[in-house]
Design a protein around this ligand. Sequence first.
Ligand code: MG
Length: 254
Amino acid sequence: MHLKSPKEIQALAESNRLVAEVMQGVKHLIDVGAIPKEIDRWVEKAIRERGGTPAFKGYRGFPASVCFSVNEKVVHGIPDHTPLRDGDICSLDIGVLYEGFYGDMARTYPVGNVQPEILKLIRVAHESLDDGIRAFQDGNRLHDISAAVQARAESAGYSVVRDFVGHGIGRNLHEDPQVPNFGRSGTGVRLRVGLALAIEPMLNLGTHEVEVLDDNWTVVTRDRKASVHVEDTVVLTEEGPKILTRLPEAAPVA
Ligand code: MG
C-alpha cells in the first residue's frame, strides 16, 4: 500500500482533473439516438487533446477508451453501434494516464425519459458513493468504506456487486488495496493520509449476481435487471478525503 507524497498527490490530481473534464464534456453527448462507438471516439480525442492517453484502450486487449455499459450491463461494456434508446441508462467508465499518473472515474447517465425506479437506483448509487467517501478517514479501517456503501444500497432495497471492486490508484491503474463494496466495519487495513482510492459502487436493482458475456468483457446482471456504476478517485489528506474527480464548477451530482 503506497502512501503518496504531496507532490505525487498533485500529479494524481491533475490526471483526475483531466478525466473529470472529459466526463463533464461527454455528458452532453448522451441522448436518444447517440451511438456509443462515436462517443468512444470523442472520448479518446478529448483525452489525447489534453495530453493524456486512454488507460483502458489495450488494457488486457480492451478495444475502447470508455467502458460503456447500458442497462443490465454492469461494467466493461464495449461501445458498439447500437443507438441509445429512450429509457436506457448508460454507465461510462473512463481511465486516463497523464504524466505518469492514472485518473479513473465512472458515472451513470439516463437517456431521455427513464423510469422513476431506475432514477432512484442512480441517486442511491451516488449516495452510497458519498457515504463511502465520508468513511475514508485517517485511522478508520478499509471496510468502513465498504460497509458504508453496502448499508446505503441495501437499506434502499438494492444489492451490491461482489465480483468487482474498487482499488488503490497512482502510478498504476490498480494498486493495493482492493476496495470492496461490501464488508464489515472495523476490519481491513488502517486508512492513512496519502492513500488514494478509486471508490466505485456497483448497485443492482435485483440480484447481486453477475456473469460475463461471450465477448469475455461485458459483465451483466444474472437477472438482466438494471445496474448502476459510479466511481470517484479520492485521496486522503490531513483535512480529510479530497475528491479528485469532481470539478469545482460542476453541478452537484443528481
Ligand atoms: Mg476503477
